[in-house]
Write a protein that binds this ligand. Structure first.
Ligand code: SF4
Ligand code: SF4
Length: 295
């Protein structure tokens, strides 16, 4: 069994923390678990998403969850938001938990093939915490629905809230809020189906490079993907000034510098993307720049 949960919230509501609480609770309950948010331009109020997978066997899936078994929608206004689109990909027979004052039939995103539970978590958070931070409440709702036991849930909740630096008093208030939500709900029997695998795993060819690490050499990867055509500005080494100190080599993010047959530092222009970090870091100002001929 594997359960994939996608949290949708607005920046500041605690979607990322909710995914972490659920992941820690599941782990404490004996499952393998992953939790992670989408990192992007972080802005209070903007739609955000976070993910938790947990399973009683090894989890081999990675990356964003496009076909969740459960969606947790922390803000009613996201239900009809075409950019957030929280019901997108929710598996038939899955579960949606929505923070809203509306009944389930009005907050189901037009889906009549899934179970929808609605709760007014904002009101509870305002009454208990004095602000609309929903991580504990929504994590409790998902954990209870998914059948995670109470002790493991509280353990994960306390660990994660302490991790973000909350005081004992605020942690206690969150535990009380979450406990009330947890006790109010029952486990939900999900009947989601496994989707057919979209693609086979692709074996990647690798070679051991000079520094002992492995380079993936399939087309489109690593050295086979030339980033030189991203360049607008071209770094040029002035070998009269350069002492081959290798500082630019250490800073180059593309590993586009090497030591040539003559023992001197050299730039691999097939892969140099023109970021000019090398120029900024050279202590002797031995790297100049010319504009790339873009014709
Ligand atoms: S940092 Fe400057 S001096 Fe040092 S190797 Fe690079 S170009 Fe030469
Ligand atoms: S410009 Fe950037 S990518 Fe090119 S050699 Fe310098 S540090 Fe590396």
């Amino acid at each position: 069994m594997i359960l994939r949960v996608r949290f949708h919230g607005r920046g500041g509501q605690g979607a990322k923390t909710a995914s972490r609480i659920l992941g820690s609770a599941a782990f404490g309950g004996g499952y393998n678990a992953q939790d992670f948010p989408i990192y992007g331009a972080e802005r209070r109020g903007a739609p955000v998403a976070a993910f938790t997978r947990f399973s009683d066997s090894e989890i081999t899936e990675r990356g964003f969850i496009f076909s969740p078994d459960v969606v947790a929608v922390m803000d009613d206004s996201l239900v009809a938001d075409p950019l957030a689109n929280p019901f997108a990909g929710l598996r038939k027979g899955g579960l949606a938990i929505v923070n809203t004052t509306r009944p389930a039939a009005e907050a189901n995103g037009g889906r009549d093939d899934v179970t929808v539970i609605t709760l007014d978590l904002t009101k509870r958070a305002l009454e208990t915490l004095g602000k609309a931070v929903l991580s504990a409440g929504i994590a409790a709702a998902v954990a209870r629905s998914a059948g995670i036991d109470a002790e493991a849930f509280v353990g994960g909740l306390v660990d994660e809230l302490k991790e973000v630096g909350l005081s004992d008093d605020v942690v206690s208030k969150n535990v009380a809020l979450a406990g009330a939500v947890y006790d109010e709900l029952k486990p939900v029997e999900l009947r989601t189906e496994e989707l057919p695998a979209k693609a086979e795993l692709v074996p990647l060819a690798a070679v051991v490079s000079g520094d002992g690490s492995e380079d993936i050499v399939n087309v489109g990867n690593s050295a086979s993907r030339h980033t030189g055509n991203w360049r607008v500005t071209e770094p040029v080494i002035d070998y009269q000034k350069c002492t081959d100190c290798m500082i630019c080599y250490a800073y180059c993010p593309e590993s586009a510098m090497s030591v040539g047959a003559d023992g001197r530092i050299a730039i691999d222009y097939d892969n140099c993307k023109g970021c000019m970090i090398c120029q900024a870091e050279c202590p002797l100002r031995a790297i100049g720049s010319i504009m790339e001929d873009r014709r």
